[in-house]
Design a binder for this molecule. Structure first.
Ligand code: BTN
Length: 326
């Protein structure tokens, strides 16, 4: 009830009469009043005026079920929301839910993480109330080797969501860092549980630096936030919902094609390394060439000086611009 009333109040710039809410939702005045009381307890500032009704004056920046749901346009993603004030890691919790058979598209979201995980065993800085720490649980009917491609799918979805909500144009650093003004704004960590012939579940964890004002010294030259670059704070619930709205569409395309075929053009248009010199640093070798987009399996195509095009598989290498992080 709270979410439905909130959605109505968000859609109205002026006062909304109590009677209109009752009629539209088919509930009593008492029910409406109780829901308004709960919303206020959750930090929503709602003014009530006799003969006029209710006016939403301000919203708290929270990422709970009530805050996200009014912005969702999905059928499955985020329809089941598990919100926590604090977690070790949303990926870890999503994996537990995967073991328990929670529904496809379940969203695990936390206001803070005390053991946020990055790729390659690194940690992910996750302070309270600032950024987005979200994980989506999926049961894709794909081959095991294709699971890492979901990270590229999510990268496209996040870049579109950031553009939609903030107007800021991000790029993607292959395979899956979202970059703004030459610095990392979002990281994605995909993990799966599988056996040779079947995937049990996949969790796609997304961390977006939203309203962080400054970063620890070790990462400040490489990381930025939407607040730092856009000079204004962003509603985390709106951005979370927008990521889910885009991710549902992009995930559908990926599952239909069983590849990145439907998303490849969009991905390439976001690829900041495209057409540029890149250095591929693998365990056994290191080489440079010119990036030429991805193929439909998400491999980076790198044209070598002699004309040969190498297909670089993510996970095995890191990619650097010749002049630093990007
Ligand atoms: C990277 O190193 O680039 C990946 C970072 C992924 C961070 C997100 S935050 C939400 C989810 N939960 C985690 O513990 N990690 C991912």
């Amino acid at each position: 009830m709270q979410e439905r009333i909130l959605k109505m109040l968000q859609a109205e710039e002026d006062y909304l009469s109590g009677q209109e809410i009752c009629d539209c939702l088919g509930v009593s005045r008492t029910t409406v009043w109780k829901a308004i009381k709960k919303l206020r307890e959750n930090g929503y500032e709602i003014e009530a005026a006799s003969n006029k009704g209710y006016l939403l004056k301000s919203q708290p920046d929270i990422v709970s079920d009530v805050a996200i749901r009014p912005y969702l346009k999905t059928e499955t993603m985020g329809q089941n929301i598990c919100y926590y004030d604090e977690l070790s890691s949303t990926n870890t919790r999503a994996k537990e839910l995967g073991e328990a058979g929670a529904p496809e598209g379940t969203l695990v979201i936390a206001d803070s993480q005390n053991a946020g995980k990055g790729r390659r065993g690194k940690s992910w800085v996750s302070p309270k109330g600032k950024d987005i720490y979200m994980t989506v649980l999926l049961y894709p009917q794909i081959n095991q080797e294709q699971a890492p491609q979901l990270t590229l799918v999510a990268a496209v979805s996040v870049a579109k969501a950031i553009r939609e909500v903030t107007g800021l144009e991000c790029g993607v650093k292959w395979p899956n860092d979202i970059v703004l003004c030459g610095k990392k704004i979002c990281g994605i960590l995909t993990e799966m549980s599988s056996e040779p012939d079947c995937i049990h579940y996949v969790v796609v964890g997304i961390g977006i630096n939203v309203n962080m004002q400054a970063f620890p010294d070790e990462i400040k030259d490489m990381a930025t936030s939407l607040l730092i670059e856009g000079k204004q704070s962003t509603c985390r619930a709106k951005l979370t919902a927008s990521v889910l709205n885009h991710f549902e569409q992009d995930y559908q395309s990926f599952c239909e094609h069983q590849s990145l075929r439907g998303l490849r053009k969009e991905y390439d248009s976001l690829l900041i390394n495209n057409g540029k010199d890149v250095k591929i640093v693998g365990i056994q070798e290191e080489y440079s060439g010119i990036a030429q987009g991805i193929d439909e399996d998400g491999r980076l195509l790198v044209a070598m000086p002699g004309g040969i095009v190498r297909k670089v598989v993510s996970g095995e290498v890191s990619v650097r611009g010749l002049y630093g992080y990007v």
